[in-house]
Design a protein around this ligand. Structure first.
Ligand code: PLP
Length: 394
C-alpha cells in the first residue's frame, strides 16, 4: 500500500541507531539510565487530580465537548495570563485551548501555509515546527541558533527572495533544546521584523514557568504590538506536570486564533471536559507547586552541570527550561559522543543534531529524571573517560 508522499517524505527519526543500541543493551539485561526524555517525572499535583476524580463522576462530562473548549477554561487562561504577565486577553476571541500544544503547533501551518510558502524555523528546534510546515506543503528556511549569539536567531540575514515567500516565523524561549532565554528587547525586534515583512509570529513558550535562581521568563505577548503579528503557544504539560493529560493553549492575535479554531472545529472534538476542569483547577488554584518543582529541577541542574564540567564538557548553567545543553568534547560529534556514553557507562543523552544541523557538537540532558536514577547516572558519567583526547605535543 503506497502512503502519500507527505508521509513517506517525512524525515526519518534520527535516534534510530541510538534507540537500537539501548534496546540491545536492555535485551542483554543491562540497565541504561536515560537523560534523554523531557517528560516531568514528578506527578501532577494532588489538588488537580482530585478535581479530575470529581469531574469524571459528572455525566455532563461524559459527552462530546465543544471543540473550542469550556468558556470557563478560556477565562481561566486569560486570568492566568493577566496574573502572570499582566496581559489582558479577550477570553472569547484571543484564547483557544488545545489538546496539548503539539497539535496546535502542527495544525497552525494548515491555516497559513500554502504549497511552496516558507516558514522561518530556528535550528536546532522542537521538530514539530518543521513537521507541520512540511505536512502543509511548505518549506523551511532555517535560522541557526549560535552560542555566540546566545542562541537567538539573526533576523537581519534572511535573503529577500526568502522573505518574499515567508508566511511564518517560529521562535521558542525558554528554548528546547538549547535552554536559552530571550528578553523583551529581542521580542520587540521580532515584532518589528514581522511587521516589516508581513510575517506571522508563532512563539512557543511551554517552559516559561520552569526557571531558576529567581529568574522569570517574559511572554512574547508583552512586547509592544506582539498581538498585531502573532500568537503564543503554551501548555500545562511542563508547568503543572500534566504531559499525560494533553492540554495546552494558544493565545494572542484574534484572527490567527480564529483560523485555528475553524480548522480544529473540522478536525477534532475538543478536550475531554474532565481534563478541562483539571486545567481550570491548575490555573486558578494554588501555584506553590511551580516553585516546589523548580527547586527540585534546580538542584538536579546544579548536579548535572557540575558532573559534565568535571568530565571536561563546556556547559553553561541554564536559567530556565528542563534541559542542560552541553558542548561535546573535542574529537567527538554529537552522535559519536552519545554512542560513546552508552557504550562506556550505559547512560543515554540526546544528540543535539537530532534537533537540526546547528545542534551538531552538542548534547541535551533532561532534568526530568527521578533523583535516585539521577544520582546513579551522574556517578556513571563521572566514570566516563575521553578516549579520543589528542595526546599533547611534547
Ligand atoms: C518546545 C516545545 N514545544 C511544545 C511541546 C509540546 O508540549 P505539549 O504538547 O505537551 O503541550 C514540547 C514538548 O516537549 C516542547 O519541548
Amino acid at each position: 500500500m503506497k502512503v502519500a508522499s507527505r508521509i513517506s517524505e517525512l524525515q526519518p527519526y534520527l535516534f534510530v541507531e541510538i534507540n537500537k543500541k539501548i534496546a540491545e543493551k536492555k535485551a542483554r539485561g543491562e540497565e541504561v539510565i536515560s537523560f534523554a526524555i523531557g517528560d516531568p517525572d514528578i506527578p501532577t499535583p494532588p489538588h488537580i487530580i482530585e478535581r479530575l476524580c470529581q469531574e469524571a463522576k459528572d455525566p455532563a462530562n461524559h459527552r462530546y465537548p465543544e471543540s473550542a473548549g469550556l468558556p470557563e477554561l478560556s477565562r481561566a487562561i486569560a486570568d492566568w495570563y493577566k496574573n502572570r504577565f499582566d496581559i489582558s486577553l479577550d477570553s472569547e476571541t484571543e484564547v483557544l485551548p488545545l489538546i496539548g500544544s503539539k497539535e496546535g503547533i502542527a495544525h497552525i501551518a494548515f491555516c497559513y501555509i500554502d504549497p511552496g510558502d516558507i516558514a522561518l524555523v530556528t535550528d536546532p528546534a522542537y521538530p514539530v515546527y518543521s513537521v507541520g510546515t512540511s505536512l502543509a506543503g511548505g518549506r523551511m528556511y532555517y535560522l541557526p541558533l549560535k552560542e555566540e549569539n546566545d542562541f537567538l536567531p539573526d533576523l537581519n540575514n534572511v535573503p529577500q527572495d526568502v522573505l518574499n515567500n515567508t508566511k511564518m516565523l517560529w521562535i521558542n524561549y525558554p528554548n528546547n533544546p538549547t535552554a536559552a532565554v530571550a528578553d523583551l528587547d529581542f521580542y520587540n525586534r521580532v515584532v518589528a521584523f514581522a511587521k516589516q515583512h508581513n510575517i506571522i509570529v508563532c512563539h512557543d513558550g511551554p517552559y516559561s514557568e520552569v526557571a531558576y535562581d529567581g529568574y522569570q521568563p517574559v511572554s512574547f505577548l508583552q512586547a509592544e504590538g506582539a498581538r498585531d503579528v502573532g500568537v503564543e503557544f503554551h501548555s500545562l504539560s511542563k508547568s503543572y506536570n500534566m504531559t499525560g493529560w494533553r492540554i495546552g493553549m494558544v493565545v494572542g492575535n484574534a484572527e490567527i486564533v480564529d483560523a485555528l479554531r475553524t480548522l480544529k472545529s473540522n478536525l477534532d472534538s475538543g478536550i475531554p471536559q474532565a481534563i478541562q476542569y483539571m486545567a481550570i483547577e491548575a490555573l486558578n488554584g494554588p501555584q506553590d507547586c511551580i516553585a516546589e518543582h523548580n527547586a527540585i529541577y534546580q538542584r538536579r541542574r546544579d548536579l548535572v552541570v557540575e558532573v559534565l564540567a568535571n568530565i571536561g564538557l563546556d556547559v553553561k548553567t541554564p536559567k530556565a527550561s528542563l534541559y542542560v545543553w552541553a558542548r561535546v568534547p573535542e574529537g567527538y560529534n554529537s552522535v559519536g559522543f552519545t554512542a560513546d556514553l552508552l557504550d562506556q557507562v550505559n547512560v543515554a543523552v540526546t544528540p543535539g543534531v537530532g534537533y537540526g544541523k546547528s545542534g551538531e557538537g552538542y548534547v541535551r540532558l533532561s532534568l526530568t529524571i527521578p533523583d535516585a536514577a539521577l544520582v546513579k547516572g551522574l556517578s556513571r558519567l563521572s566514570g566516563w573517560r575521553n578516549t579520543r583526547r589528542l595526546t599533547p605535543k611534547r
